[in-house]
Write a protein that binds this ligand. Structure first.
Ligand code: CAA
Length: 248
């Protein structure tokens, strides 16, 4: 396949555990993979590691919490590589704490990075996707947006909000060749989950019927499927991938 015929995928927050696995899988699938980053130093090291392991991934800076920063990034990608065909809204942070102690700053930071980001990136790619008659928006939410989690009022609210966005946008663009879906991973073996105190993490793992954390590649395969033409008829869905931790 010539470069120009390849689809362009943009993964936000790409240098984290889930983002890395997605970028590598999508590269192996034959996409031109564009990884968004915020930390320059970490990004350079990450890109070199991926390159050395056979994954040639392009990197673009943006603070996804900032609408204009996302606009500049997407304009550059469009001019230098081509319009974004697949957008994976993956960037996310946690600022956990019992709600009665939660600061306004920790509420805002999580809402801005985890939910505003979905508007900030999607708004800049949606009209070109409509013009092209093809697009994929994949929002990476969380089991904790589906069911709540002690200490995550901010995170759960943002993650639940992502799926509300998915449902509406899916309806609005269903007849334009664009699908919009949410993936809700459970506890996956990423730095974010490993940052939870060991004792608490073990209590959480004990609630997972499969008795283990998920693998980042397991989520990457689902992203790959939703991005593909095999998933043409799936839109507005929220796909759980949580080892049975939350079933409904
Ligand atoms: N359920 C019920 N009560 C709980 C509780 C729980 N899970 N955890 C703590 N409590 C209770 C405590 O026993 C304590 O009770 P008393 O006031 O009666 O003594 C009270 O709540 C307050 O506890 P703390 O003072 O310890 O609260 P804290 O704010 O210092 O710590 C916390 C709370 C940091 C949020 C800690 O509970 C924690 O780390 N929880 C895990 C959060 C979590 O799962 N984060 C996921 C991160 S990974 C991720 O987000 C990825 C993804 O999508 C899955």
């Amino acid at each position: 396949m010539k470069i120009s015929e390849k689809r362009v995928v943009l993964v936000t927050g790409a240098t984290g555990g889930l983002g890395t696995a997605m970028c590598r899988k999508l590269y192996d699938d034959g996409y031109i993979v564009v990884a968004n980053y915020r930390n320059e130093e970490k990004a350079k090291e990450w890109q070199e590691k991926q390159h050395n392991e056979g994954h040639d991934i392009k990197m673009y800076y943006a603070d996804v919490a900032d609408f204009d920063s996302c606009g500049i990034m997407i304009e550059k990608i469009t001019n230098e590589i081509g319009p974004v065909d697949v957008l994976v809204n993956n960037a996310g942070i946690t600022k956990d704490g019992a709600f009665r102690k939660m600061s306004y700053e920790n509420w805002r930071a999580v809402m801005a990075t985890n939910l505003d980001s979905v508007f900030n990136c999607t708004r800049h790619v949606i009209n070109p996707m409509i013009d092209k008659g093809f697009g994929r928006i994949i929002n990476i939410s969380s089991v904790n947006g589906q069911r709540g989690q002690f200490g995550q009022a901010n995170y759960s609210a943002a993650k639940a909000g992502m799926h509300g966005f998915t449902k509406t946008l899916a309806m609005e663009v269903a007849n334009k060749g664009i699908t919009v879906n949410t993936i809700s991973p459970g506890y996956i073996g990423t730095d974010m989950v490993m940052a939870v105190k060991e004792e608490i993490r073990n209590q959480i793992i004990a609630q997972i019927p499969m008795g283990r954390l998920g693998g980042t590649e397991e989520v990457a395969y689902l992203v790959s499927f939703l991005a593909s033409e095999h998933a043409n008829f799936i839109t507005g869905a929220n796909m759980s991938i949580n080892g049975g931790q939350h079933v409904y």
